[in-house]
Design a protein around this ligand. Structure first.
Ligand code: PEP
Ligand code: MN
Length: 449
């Protein structure tokens, strides 16, 4: 913290600042200038002397370090990865799409949506249980019974579920039934609720308040972190501005701004961010393009008849088209490409030093050899089950593999070379099968009298 004195401040005023600082167990370093005196304040918890600005002769007090410690990138350089069952969010992992209805309305509505979004590649299911509605007469959500429906949807689809908790006394019950507790925009300043979810063992999705600055939002995250819960995911969902053409103004600059300030993952909600169905797709793509760790998207089987937020909910087809587009642009992977286990580390994320990089290459080579042998062993197993006279390859699957290989060219290897590599892998597996057949024939021949 730096205290800047007014021009002409007296020596007595400077000494008084120094005295107050030291009385709080902090150190004061005084620099006398020709015009002004500045005093550097150091020590732990300098916020204790935040009131220095009210002392006579003080012009301004400038904070140097961030008021949020646990959320700050200054104090933790490694990005936080939040693990939700087997889904990783943040720290360079594949972008995660969370989709589902604004509110859980019925068993059928939720399960239909869950099955559909799963099929389309969503990795988590959302669904509101208690809806914080502007009007007390609007649908308020099914309440606690919806938690059981969410648990059932998770059981059937395997998708972790996310739901908003509005009452601190419900946290325990939510803990039992859902995988991620959401704190909604209207509750970002509800410090009792923030502390309560801070004591939960579940990760928390913290929406940005309707009029919250980045700093206020990070301080809200700090409440949760300081209560003992390290698993916080931030979610930009639009802020109130003078603009009325959209429900909110989706502040996408919050994503790179947050990246520069915090290690926590950051998601984008283009549904509440825009309030209009036709804007959700473009802003979801934009969110992905600015590097969001995930997207939160409202999907409903019958948006015009949804009991809340129908105007901004995507129908099944629209959600499918958006997922296709996200896949085409390689923001999300195809299911066949794995659930994010294989991540291409960006060169800057690889630890420094040529030797270290070479060791990583050696490790990968060893794993590749093992994987290729495992693949060939499985091909031989297929041959064994087909019997020695069974012939013919599943050409359709081979073609599909080559096509996928060509499409997986979002790294330094171009499609032609990937296709050539997989062509060689297929040939090696086929030769292993042929050798197996020949060996079985010659074993048969030696057994025959
Ligand atoms: C929601 O995601 O269901 C919701 C109510 O969002 P927000 O708190 O951002 O308005
Ligand atoms: Mn909603």
């Amino acid at each position: 913290m730096i205290v800047v004195m007014r021009p002409g401040a007296t020596q007595q005023q400077v000494s008084e600042v120094q005295r107050v600082v030291e009385a709080h167990g902090l150190e004061a370093f005084v620099s006398l200038g020709d015009e002004r005196t500045v005093i550097g304040v150091v020590g732990s918890d300098v916020e204790r002397v935040a009131h220095l600005g009210t002392l006579p002769g003080v012009d301004q007090v400038i904070r140097v370090s961030s008021p949020y410690k646990l959320a700050s990138l200054q104090d933790q350089a490694d990005r936080t990865r939040v693990r939700v069952n087997s889904v990783d969010v943040g720290a360079g992992h594949q972008m995660v799409v969370i989709a589902g209805p604004c509110a859980v309305e019925s068993r059928e509505q939720l399960l239909d949506t869950a099955r559909w979004v799963r099929r389309e590649g969503a990795r988590m299911l959302r669904g509101g249980t208690f809806k914080p509605r502007t009007s007390p007469y609007a649908f308020q959500g099914l309440g606690l019974p919806a938690l059981r429906l969410l648990a059932e949807a998770r059981q059937e689809t395997g998708l972790p579920v996310v739901s908003e908790v509005v009452d601190p006394s419900h946290v325990e019950e939510f803990d039992e039934h859902v995988d991620v507790l959401q704190v909604g925009a209207r509750n970002m300043h509800n410090f009792v609720l923030l502390r309560a979810v801070g004591q939960s063992r579940r990760p928390v999705l913290l929406k940005r308040g309707l009029s919250a600055t980045i700093e206020e939002w990070l301080l809200a995250a700090e409440y949760i972190l300081s209560a003992g819960n390290p698993n916080v995911i931030l979610c930009e969902r639009g802020i109130r501005t003078f603009e009325t053409a959209t429900r909110n103004t989706l502040d996408l600059s919050a994503v790179p701004v947050m990246r520069s300030k915090t290690h926590l993952p950051i998601m984008v909600d283009p549904s509440h961010g825009t309030g209009q169905r036709h804007l959700v797709g473009p802003m979801a793509l934009a969110g992905a393009a600015v590097g969001a760790d995930g997207l939160l998207i409202e999907v409903h089987p019958d948006p015009p008849n949804a009991r809340s937020d129908g105007d901004q909910s995507l129908g099944f087809d629209e959600f499918g088209q958006l997922m296709d587009e996200l896949r085409r642009l390689h923001f999300v992977r195809r299911e066949s490409e794995g659930e994010g286990e294989v991540t291409v580390a960006a060169p800057m994320e690889i630890a420094a030093g040529v030797d270290e990089v070479r060791h990583r290459i050696d490790d990968l080579d060893a794993r590749l050899i093992g994987l290729l042998q495992e693949r060939a062993a499985l091909a031989v197993e297929v041959q064994r089950r087909r019997g020695p006279d069974g012939h013919g390859h599943d050409v359709r699957r081979e073609r599909e593999l080559l096509r996928r290989a060509a499409e997986g060219a979002n790294g330094p290897i171009p499609p032609s070379e990937l296709t050539a590599i997989f062509g060689a892998v297929l040939r090696a597996s086929r030769s292993a099968q042929r050798r197996f057949v020949q060996d079985s024939h010659s074993a048969d021949a030696t057994r025959k009298p």
